[in-house]
Design a protein around this ligand. Sequence first.
Ligand code: GDP
Length: 433
Amino acid sequence: APVVAVVGRPNVGKSTLVNRIIGRRQAVVEDVPGVTRDRVAYDAQWSGRRFTVVDTGGWEPDAKDRAARIAAQAENAVATADVVLFVVDSTVGATDVDESAVKMLRRGGKPVLLVANKVDSDRQESDATALWSLGLGEPYPVSALHGRGSGDLLDAVLEALPTEAPRDDVDKPRGPRRVALVGRPNVGKSSLLNRLAGEERAVVDSVAGTTVDPVDSIVQIGGEDWLLIDTAGLRRRVGQSSGTEYYASLRTNAAIDAAEVAVVLLDAAEPISEQDQRIITMVVEAGRALVLAFNKWDLVDEDRRERLAKEIDRELRRIPWALRVNVSARTGRAVDKLAPALHTALDNWERRVPTGQLNSWLTALVQATPHPIRGGKAPRVLFATQAGTSPPKFVLFTTGPLDPGYVRFVERKLRDEFSFEGTPVHVSVKPRT
Ligand code: GDP
C-alpha cells in the first residue's frame, strides 16, 4: 500500500490527525515502556482506497538541536513516503523550525500537503490562510480534534497518491481451493488419491481440461471439495520408462504453479532424496503453501522413526515452517489430518498482519536486538509494511542495506510472532534513498 507520512513539530496535533485518519480511537499509539519509537504505521482507508499512514514520533522535545532533529525526521519521512502531510499549528503560525522543515521537504521531491491544524471554527480560517507564506501552496484547514476539514484533506491525499492497479482478489467468490499432490515416482501419490477419492469418484468428478484428457479433479477431503490439479498425470503413472522424468518434472512444476497449496508426498520408509528436495524447492520458489506428507507410515518402525527424525533435522532445516503429517495411503492412517493441515497452510499463506501490530512488534524487536555495527555505524529499521499475501511479503524500510543474516533473523522472529506455519514468507529491504 502507498505510504502517507505525517510530519511536523511536537504538539501540532500529528497523532490526533493520524487517529482522525485511521478513524479508530483504540489505535492511539500504544507506548511500549523503554522503547523510543521512530515512527508508527497504521492501515488506513478512504473512499475505498487503502494506504499506510506513518506517524513520525520519536521526537525528543529536550533535544539540543531541534532544527536538526526535525530536519532529519522530515528527511526520513520524505524518503519512504509517497505523500507527506506537513502539519502546522495554525494558532501558532509558521515558526523557524517549520520553515527549515519546508526546505527539506521541498528537496525530497515528494508531494507535500500543508495541513493547517487546529482550525476549529470559521473564524480561525484566516489563521490557515496566513500559512501560504510557507510556499507549499494552499493550506488545508483542518481540526484534527473535531474532524472539521478532514474529508477534504483525505480527498486531496487520494489525488496525490500514485495510481494503483485494480485489485482482483478482493471478495472474489471462490470455488474449491487448488491443491497439487506431488512427489517423486512411487511415493504413493496415486494410492493417496484413490484413498481420498476412490478411483470411481475421481473419474466421475473429473473436470474436463479437454474431453479426452481430464486434468483436474474435484475430490472430497475432510468432507469438503478440493480441486486436485493434474490428477490425469497421477493416474497415468508417469515416470515408468526412461526419458519421462524430465516431462514428469515439467508436469510437477506446472501443477505447483496452478495450485495454491502443494502436498509434497514423501516415502517415510526411504531416505529423503535429492529428488524430494528438488520438488520441495519448486514449491518454495513458486511461493505456494506447503504441506509435507510422509506416506507409508505403516512401514515405519521405531528404528526408522528415529532415523527419519534425524534426516528431517538435517535435510529439511531450511523449511522448519513446513507442516508435516504422517499418513498411510494403504491403511488410511491419519489421512484425515490432511484437510486441517491444508487449511492452516492456506490461512497463513493469505494472512495479513495489521500494520500497527506489525510495527509495535518490530519496534520492540529492533530495539532489543539492533543491527550489528558495520564500519562504525549500524543501519536502522524504521518501519515495515506487508506488501502482499499469497505468500506474505514484507518490506522493511531502513536507513541503509541490512546484512542478510539480520534479515533472516527478522524473518525468523516474524514467523515466531505471527505463526506463518506452512507458508514461505518474503522479507525485502528498502533502504532510504
Ligand atoms: P506414485 O507413483 O507416487 O503414484 O505411487 P503409487 O501410488 O503408484 O504407489 C507406489 C507403490 O507404493 C505401490 O506399490 C503402492 O501400493 C505402494 N504404497 C502406496 N502408499 C503406500 C502406503 O501407505 N503404505 C505402503 N506400505 N505402501 C504404499
